[in-house]
Design a protein around this ligand. Sequence first.
Ligand SMILES: [Zn+2]
Length: 377
Amino acid sequence: MAYQVLARKWRPRRFADLVGQTHVVGALLNALKQGRLHHAYLLTGTRGVGKTTIARILAKSLNCENPNDGEPCGECSACLQIDSGRFVDLFEIDAASNTGIDNMREVLENAQYVPTSGQYKIYIIDEVHMLSKSAFNAMLKTLEEPPEHVKFILATTDPHKVPITVLSRCLQFVLRNLTVEQVSGHLRHVLESENIDFEDDALQLLGRAAAGSMRDALSLLDQSIALSSGSVSADSVRQMLGVVDRHYLFDLLNHIADQNREALWQTLTELTSRSIGFDTVLNELAVLLQELAVQQILPQADAESDVLALAQKLSSEEIQLYYQCVIHGKKDMPFAPDEYSGFLMTILRMLSFAPLAAHEISADDTVEGTELQDPKS
Ligand SMILES: [Zn+2]
């Protein structure tokens, strides 16, 4: 059998299989169970968070011959045909590639006729904001007086570009970016089901790199499986993503806190000899600093020993200051002469500001110029 990419193989076919988006799924299932159906839905959210997946499951639920509490059965002819993309009453339009009025008009002119085999004619329009103005007008005509048998499921990454006349006729759902835990948890489930060995740290790295998109996470996982020899290790994922080994991050922070210029320079030199992205090093530094800040207010005894040590060594002011430097460094990166210069200047900025934060001001200290004037003097 030909290899099927994970994102396709693991595309959820029922609402229960979806990761995250419980607020959307719950509302849709309730509406389906109670038969309170809207004629147009608008799903918004960034790429790869499940918009088209939810649209297709909803299309199945609406046309399923034996729905179970709103879930499609997955076995009737409507479910099977929708899963295989052969259902005659489901029209999937990608507005990013089909923006012409001709196409929309042609498709929508047929909306008035009753469905051929299912209960509803369903129009899934992806990236609906990319429709031309005239195409929007053609759709609006049907939206204004929708026939009973027509349902629109619109999806967009950019709802601000959807005309208000369309927005006001849709029931809108905002899909959220998936958390690192949701993504890595799902990757774990996929790998266990596929009988592929992995390291936990690798899943965390992939989860972060996916930046909230499950589709991106699964395609990164595909790549790392292809690169690995039987097991998805943290090292191979780090290499693939151009992510630095964490011990370098600990070294950097320790040397900055100790004001040890020689050792810091040594670490920087070692870093330049590795093929890593310096913007991702800043990203990883920000993640580590956030971990340290959390460790300080909510100590976890089972934290990494390096995390424990640094959380004790650095003051909360230092952590906040370094975090600020890193975030600013990331923002300034596009203006730097090159990536390494941007990274280097950020590290040097942390080094020169470190003594300021390390010199903590205790509650009893008077800060110069703020003393209360003695009225008698
Ligand atoms: Zn069914």
